[in-house]
Design a protein around this ligand. Sequence first.
Ligand SMILES: Cc1cc2nc3c(=O)[nH]c(=O)nc-3n(C[C@H](O)[C@H](O)[C@H](O)COP(=O)(O)OP(=O)(O)OC[C@H]3O[C@@H](n4cnc5c(N)ncnc54)[C@H](O)[C@@H]3O)c2cc1C
Length: 454
Amino acid sequence: MALGSSEILQRATGLSPVRSGDHFDIIVAGGGASGLMAAVSAARRGARVLVVETSGCFGGAGTTSMVAQWLGFYNGLTCAVGGLPMEFAERVIARGGSKGFENYVLAEATAQPLRLKRLPFNPEIAKLVADELVLESGASALVHARIAGARLEGDRVTAVQVETSGGRLEVRANCFVDASGDAVVARHAGAPLKGVGPGEHRMGMSLVFRLSHVDIARFRALSRQDKRAIALEGIAAGELFWDVLSISPVGESDAICLMSHLDGLDSLDPNDLTRAEFIGRYQVGRISGFLKRRMPGFAACELAAIASHIGVRESVRLVGDYLLTEQDVVGATPFEDAIALGCGPLDVHEEDGRLRLFMPSQPFEIPVRTMTSASVKNLVVTGRAISASREANGAIRHQATAMALGQAAGHLAAEAGAFGWDVRAVPHKIVQDGLAAAGALPSLRHLPAQTAAG
Ligand SMILES: Cc1cc2nc3c(=O)[nH]c(=O)nc-3n(C[C@H](O)[C@H](O)[C@H](O)COP(=O)(O)OP(=O)(O)OC[C@H]3O[C@@H](n4cnc5c(N)ncnc54)[C@H](O)[C@@H]3O)c2cc1C
């Protein structure tokens, strides 16, 4: 239940301190799209939860990397994500952080634009609502805190080591949800992973930035052909680095620009990540100068913000009890143990620079087995690091899907308490029924009848 602002302040002031040796039911690694949902979902079910987040706020790529448009709620006219992610979206809208869902042409200036529904939002408002969700849920939290190791006993993680400005803490739990996007706990626990090692291809990174004083209506009124011609001109001049002229509006005159693009760098290599932030900011300087000079609607623009963390599309993924494939996405394979629905689009940045972008013809099911592995019994991996092929990952990595997976992961972890904290022992029917009772749409049969056919 939503609290008033004085109660929020009281909860923030009264947050219980987290100390080395503390023991929780569930520790959630990362408070991004999926981790925020996992922590709140588990805490609402009565579990004692700690969420540990590297940055200073929750929301992950949507806030710290300013990826300010939610995709993955809708496939065509079918809304396939409800529950906690929809509550989050509705609360952002109610706070004035978004005007709501809109029809949009993704990658409009490229050779293969795609029509879909998106929800543009103000990432700063999303931070406020995320705080409220955490505080209302009663979860404990640590921000500016990085999980840097895991203690393993047999086939269970018993504790994680957390680096903070005050030194290293070790915190313990019965069950762990890895929502770090980079499978941090799974890696430290020795779970099998895909995409590890030098030379692995990663989708390109993008550093997002915000321009103020933009005439958004004027930019929107440009034809696709005009946008494409200007994009190609900018690339030829070395001032644009991608033909995607993607903007997400905040109010009438601020544009969050998703236009930089860096290939061939690995976010898990600290030297590459350092290069990426430098090169990303170089690109932002060039792009914003080009837009001001050349793009209708941008003549008066000013650089208002650069995301505090470059956007990372892909790193490593779990090799779980099931590997979701492109065929499962495209053919909507039915899974008895489905716990979330994906919508797409399938959005893969190929090694040769091509963008593979298309919408599956209907929502698709994601089985709980993509989040678990035989090697670590009390670990659930959620968000973009679930067990999926590169292509399937391209279809499940959108924020609404990551959030739906996060709600499911939190629910599963909370239920695991009755099964010796063995997440693989929890009957999937219990998770599905609980999720449905919380307003989520864990499988195609949970869609309202009139939309089930997409
Ligand atoms: C450039 C770019 C553009 C995108 N465009 C869109 C789009 O238009 N619409 C859309 O819906 N999606 C888009 N996505 C995809 C989407 O943003 C991500 O895939 C999604 O946020 C993944 O959710 P997640 O919870 O797995 O990871 P994240 O949201 O990234 O959250 C992971 C969290 O874990 C934290 N963390 C990491 N390591 C540790 C650690 N060791 N200890 C503690 N915390 C840790 C991070 O700080 C972060 O907050 C885009 C992504 C990128 C990078």
